[in-house]
Design a protein around this ligand. Structure first.
Ligand SMILES: C[S@@+](CC[C@H](N)C(=O)[O-])C[C@H]1O[C@@H](n2cnc3c(N)ncnc32)[C@H](O)[C@@H]1O
Length: 354
């Protein structure tokens, strides 16, 4: 990644018109294009590491986040940059960061809960966790209410070898509740595939509410990770795939396995108004997959939701996403499109029947 230098003046001044923007390492150019869609005047100041950019924009954070949430795909996390300080790759950096954060309390609302989210880029004498603990303890001592799980405001910190980047923002404007949008899930006993994390992350990022007892249709279900997640949320599942499901799912009478392609299922078995949720993780080109979702839309009940992945070729990914969305909007309202932390060469789209 080409790092553009912003110059020392940038580091010394406190700024409110710069942002630290995070994406998947390989998608930073696409993420910057998402930012440029929101603000054509936005400027790339420098790259801190692949996928972590400092971007200058005159747009206020709520506006930038709103635009990126509605129209962007590749930005995972944003925070406004208010301080840059020198670091020395030593344990003493932690105390320096604590002091600097304590000097920013005027930017915090003392009545609102907060958390500290630190990312340390590269290996160092300390971890992000050490900084989080030290800064949180100092702020708690100053009377702030620290709530790591549901903070209303966040102090975000990114440490490079030589500099610390600090920002303060309302949690809802960071695009993700997790530092850098990195959402990790613990492996569970009985987990069938890593793909499970994709669906768990999508349900959270797009705030999709799932009511136990509902019906889900899973296109491209094998080996059954998404089906297992849906069952764990109390849905009954019709799982469609020519490939077999994992044998651990066979005894579950609330899973109906249909050994067929999605196209065969739609032409032979489909009943309108049957499902609360449609998910699709099929290995298929984005336009064909989007067309299939449109054919399947009548199977959803009114206001039913859908989640799909678009498997992207490496070139012109924004164009591939745009074309697939052009197809999908004929039958769905698009709730959001995001390259999630657990997506690889794909993005995830959340839809509502409309
Ligand atoms: C990435 S895997 C799905 C993984 C699954 N979501 C999980 O969590 O275990 C993609 C699946 O799409 C299936 N697939 C590809 N084309 C299909 C089609 N036309 N109809 C149904 N399934 C299809 C493949 O057989 C494969 O099992």
């Amino acid at each position: 990644m080409q790092a553009q230098r912003g110059g020392d003046a940038f580091a010394k001044r406190e700024r409110t018109d710069a942002y630290v923007v995070t994406s998947a390492p390989e998608s930073w150019e696409l993420a910057f294009e998402d930012i440029r869609d929101a603000d054509p005047e936005a400027r790339l100041v420098k790259g801190l590491s692949p996928g972590v950019l400092v971007v200058q924009s005159e747009l206020a954070l709520p506006e930038l986040t709103k635009h990126v949430r509605m129209h962007g795909t590749f930005v995972r996390h944003i925070f406004p940059l208010i301080q840059v300080l020198s670091l020395h790759e030593a344990q003493s950096d932690v105390a320096v960061l604590v002091d600097r954060c304590l000097s920013l309390t005027a930017k915090l609302d003392s009545l609102k809960s907060l958390s500290v989210q630190t990312r340390v880029l590269g290996g160092r004498a300390y971890r992000g966790y050490d900084v989080n603990i030290a800064v949180s303890a100092a702020l708690a001592e100053s009377g702030f209410h620290v709530d790591v799980k549901h903070p209303e405001q966040v102090i975000s910190i990114v440490c490079t070898d030589t500099e610390g980047y600090i920002g303060v923002s309302a949690a809802k404007h960071n695009l993700s509740d997790w530092a850098g949008g990195i959402r990790r899930f613990a492996r569970e006993d009985g987990q069938i595939s890593r793909a499970e994390f994709k669906l768990l992350e999508a349900l959270e990022v797009f705030s999709l509410q799932i009511s136990a007892g509902g019906m889900a249709l899973d296109f491209g279900a094998a080996p059954g990770g998404w089906t297992r997640v849906l069952r764990s949320k109390g849905l009954r599942v019709v799982a469609v795939d020519p490939a077999p499901l994992d044998s651990r799912l066979k005894s579950d009478s609330n899973i109906m396995y249909v050994p067929a392609t999605a196209q065969e299922y739609l032409s032979k078995f489909a009943q309108p108004n049957s499902f609360d949720l449609l998910v699709n993780d099929m290995r298929m080109d984005p336009i064909s997959s989007a067309n299939l979702m449109c054919h399947a839309a009548p199977l959803l009940k009114a206001n039913g939701a859908a989640v799909m992945t678009l498997k992207l070729k490496s070139k012109s990914q924004r164009k591939q996403v745009r074309h697939a969305l052009e197809v999908l909007v004929s039958r769905y309202a698009v709730l959001g499109t995001r390259k999630l932390f657990h997506n690889r060469s794909e993005v995830t789209v959340a839809l509502q029947q409309g």
